[in-house]
Design a protein around this ligand. Structure first.
Ligand code: 9WO
Length: 248
């Protein structure tokens, strides 16, 4: 799959693309990432990509034409139409189900805004999807773009060394939409705190039961609506219901 990223700060992506478990996916082109700078499509000696807002007010607005010319070049290089994603708090919240959709697709063009915003006429005529990471404002869309690329890349076959690792993720349907259980590693004692005995017992069935119980309780505690959703769709067993009752 291929993602074309339109950004005034392409240099932000270099360390991200060269680090961590996703590095191989990006370096082999399993997830191909091509960076485009709208400044390269801007006119005049100053290569202007922003201008003052009509109606007045603070800050600058990204001009439609350099973005549009840049998008045309990216789409042409891909060889045709593709989803055009803008990262904005006005978009739909990103959830794991949507990430799985993007991970199974052909990729997209990701548009990263800067300044106070983007000329609305570009958004209305060229953008097909708006994605939000949550109700907060950043100084640009680059970090949300990296978040999507990271989430998509780690779902590609062979990216996680331990293939079981993402089967056990929070929000994996196989985990019934519950949060993850707590994790522990060496040392066995850290600043006076031990590790739950069951994890040191070697009893795999008991460990799995404990982990399931921890997931249920952690989810009940911090995201009770996820427990309700799991119950409503028949993903809680009688043993699960017992574990939840026992700790109330
Ligand atoms: C900012 C904004 C604020 C309130 C309602 C809608 C909004 N849209 C944008 C927007 O598109 N801003 C551009 C991208 C230009 C300024 C920096 N940008 C941005 C994206 N800031 N914050 C985000 C963002 C994206 C996804 N999830 C959370 C925040």
């Amino acid at each position: 799959m291929r993602f074309d990223v339109i950004t005034l700060f392409p240099e932000l992506f270099a360390p991200f693309l060269a680090s961590g478990v996703t590095r191989r996916a990006f370096e082999t082109g399993q997830v191909e990432v091509v960076l485009w700078n709208p400044r390269d499509f801007a006119e005049g000696n100053y290569r202007r990509v922003d201008d003052r807002p009509f109606g007045g007010g603070p800050g600058m607005v990204m001009m439609a034409e350099p973005l549009s010319a840049c998008l045309d070049a990216a789409l042409a290089a891909r060889g045709g139409a593709a989803p055009v994603v803008l990262f904005s708090p006005a978009g739909e919240s990103l959830r794991h189900a949507a990430v799985e959709g993007w991970a199974a697709g052909e990729g997209a063009v990701l548009v990263c805004g800067r300044y106070e915003g983007i000329d609305q006429r570009f958004i209305e005529t060229r953008v097909t999807h708006q994605i939000s990471l949550g109700d907060f404002v950043l100084s640009g869309g680059e970090i949300p773009a990296m978040a999507l690329l990271d989430a998509v890349a780690r779902l590609q076959p062979g990216v996680l060394g331990d293939q079981a690792s993402h089967i056990e993720d929070s929000f994996n349907p196989a985990l019934d939409g519950l949060l993850d259980c707590p994790h522990y590693t060496r040392p066995e004692q850290w600043r006076g705190q031990g590790v739950p005995d069951v994890l040191m017992s070697g009893h795999h069935a008991q460990i799995e039961r404990w982990r399931r119980e921890q997931r249920l309780l952690a989810t009940q505690q911090s995201r009770p609506e996820l427990v309700d959703a799991a119950r409503a769709s028949g993903r809680l067993t009688p043993a699960d219901e017992n574990a939840l009752r026992k700790k109330l």
